[in-house]
Design a protein around this ligand. Sequence first.
Ligand SMILES: O=CCCCC(=O)O
Length: 473
Amino acid sequence: MAIATINPATGETLKTYEPLTDDAVDERIGRAVEAFRAYRLTSPQERAGWLRAAADVLDADADAVAELMVTEMGKTLASAKAEVGKCAKGLRYYAEHGPAMLEPRPADAGAVGAEDAYVVHQPIGVVLAVMPWNFPLWQAMRFAAPALMAGNVGLLKHASNVPQTALYIEELFRKAGFPADVFQTLLVGSSAVERVLRDDRVAAATLTGSAPAGQSVASIAGDVLKKTVLELGGSDPYIVMPSADLDRAAEVAVTARCQNNGQSCIAAKRFFVHRDVAEEFTRLFAEKLSALVVGDPMAEDTQVGPLATESGREDVEKYVADAVGKGATVVTGGERVDGPGWFYRPTLLTGVTPEMDLYAEEVFGPVAALWTVDSLEEAVEIANSHPYGLGSNLWSEDEQERSTFIRDVQAGMAFVNGMVTSYPELPFGGVKQSGYGRELTELGMYEFTNAKTVWIGPRSSQQAEGTTASASE
Ligand SMILES: O=CCCCC(=O)O
């Protein structure tokens, strides 16, 4: 894919970029290494100050950055503004809590025959972040805030369709006063990732993206024994039981499925509804989906914009055609919007069966697949049969159902009477083919630190003094 800004609402190419040459990439890695030498010695308090300044810069740039994201990947203006606000919040979260997270953690010195023993989290160096276009600011910030707080330096290989947002992120940290080259954007295609990852000067990598991209990065990193964190696909279940507030569950289901124009790893994609309430829930869900305002993402009242790429819309169309061809029913939607841009109507499908491609894959667009089930256990069993295990949602007032769901669902995150959402205050990540490692909270920060064990015995001089003292007694 060329490195270019192509407006998904019109299909128009607005700006193209030449990828960096290998030499230019090497030179930037060298600058990152130089930056790390001094940056690792800065205090957590200094880094917190720069993170706070970055949040202030973001607040000041909010409208322009939001419009840039809308232009590059088609999210609605309202969601783009919310994303900028969330990034500022994430930066402030690590500014506020980061220094305490980095305090040495005392161990029981007496138990290990030491005078002092503790664990200290130290930065590991240059970390490569391979990031996707769907939340072009937040995904990068979710990596950058804890990584920079910990004293690492970052190299960002962003998705090729959001180059201006990627360049803005580098500029943001510069404007905030971080030392030069602590965070750099590499405008390169995905074929350049292997070279960077194999470079001895790069310590580790994090990737948010597709499962095949994760496999590729994990196998290269495995070959050179480097730490990785992977946040991959999701096909989150959304289970609705008879005790649920159906109207609220349907309202939230619409947001859970159509957020970001349906293009989120944690979007609810598979809806499991108990037979006793399936008809009513389906009616409410379809009614609310078809009432969504689809259109120009730059308009304040638009709720669903275009898909980010032409090929992304083609993929969605293929999944729906395959399901319908194999017997699924389109309750609402099921077609593109005529005219320019890559729009697709919010869609509800029922009658999904295991032969359909969307059964075990991830549909990255506003298409909900609904199953009618006879019990929570059946819903969880089908949910768990999917290779992904990122987030999961349950709507129920029943205590027993809630604890069974939390105990049995194979997912990194379980939300009850709400939708999966990321917060700096909660760990984020998945199991199975949704990846490994955690982002956010202190867990996210520790992923790219050396948790160094320190054991300190008594000083020889003290031992000697002790000997002299007892000898003279
Ligand atoms: O594709 C992954 C989306 C993560 C969105 C979020 O953190 O809110």
